[in-house]
Design a protein around this ligand. Structure first.
Ligand SMILES: CC(C)(COP(=O)(O)OP(=O)(O)OC[C@H]1O[C@@H](n2cnc3c(N)ncnc32)[C@H](O)[C@@H]1OP(=O)(O)O)[C@@H](O)C(=O)NCCC(=O)NCCS
Length: 206
């Protein structure tokens, strides 16, 4: 929660520069050259264990056109972005701030390649995305949802400052088969108050 975060190049979102940076990572928009990488991510059994299973290249292509490229145009400022290692330029995964399909609710989310797991990357970048949503976009509420068994993802949502609010199910085919999902959300004012208290807190004594 204390890592430095910059979102100085937000207006530059479509360029090659990162539009949002944390200490270790940068976010940029997907381009057609990233399609094959996304196909690889969705072909990975471990990654998709709680994402409804692997997707075929054709299914990823459909998602890439509608949920990623067209969504950037229809909803400026929101979307699914590539998460890169600033030191190496390696694609680590993606983070998102977008509408739950079929709903007006905005969610934060993430998925990483297994080689990037266990280093706090999901939390580091998701916290920056959440701050961007509340501070830069002024969103009143941001939600998060994940499979009941996806404990790692639930921990990330709690660590970035969302609160568990029971379970929710959605009728859209992307979620319907999963049944009830663990549901998290936080209002802007409550999150900003908690975040500013956390950054003002004195360092822990050993
Ligand atoms: C979920 C995911 C994004 C987490 O990424 P990450 O960078 O490893 O997450 P972080 O390191 O920031 O935090 C993960 C937390 O969960 C914990 N964790 C990891 N695996 C766990 C497991 N199997 N059971 C319980 N806790 C687990 C970690 O210890 C850490 O908690 P801590 O800080 O209290 O130690 C990553 O595992 C992933 O991409 N999974 C596949 C796709 C996915 O499920 N996406 C989420 C869809 S809602």
């Amino acid at each position: 929660m204390n890592r430095s975060i910059t979102s100085h190049s937000i207006v530059n979102g479509r360029g090659t520069a990162y539009w949002l940076e944390t200490d270790r990572c940068g976010l940029r928009h997907f381009t057609p050259e990233d399609r094959g990488w996304l196909q690889d991510l969705y072909a990975d059994v471990e990654v998709t264990r709680y994402l409804g299973g692997t997707k075929t290249p054709a299914e990823v292509d459909e998602m890439f056109e509608t949920r990623i490229l067209r969504y950037y145009v229809d909803h400026p400022g929101l979307g699914i972005w590539l998460t890169l290692d600033k030191a190496t330029g390696e694609r680590l995964g993606f983070h998102l701030l977008n509408h739950i399909q079929g709903e007006s609710i905005v969610q934060v989310g993430y998925s990483l390649m297994p080689s990037a797991w266990g280093r706090g990357i999901a939390t580091e970048v998701a916290e920056a995305v959440l701050r961007y949503g509340f501070v830069d976009l002024g969103l009143p509420t941001i939600a998060g949802m994940t499979s009941m068994g996806n404990v790692a993802s639930q921990k990330v949502l709690l660590k970035i400052g969302l609160e568990r609010r029971g379970e929710r199910a959605f009728p859209h085919p992307a979620y319907a088969a999963e049944g009830p999902l663990a549901w998290f959300e936080r209002d802007r004012t409550a999150w900003l108050t908690a975040a500013s208290r956390a950054s003002l807190a004195p360092p822990r004594t050993p």
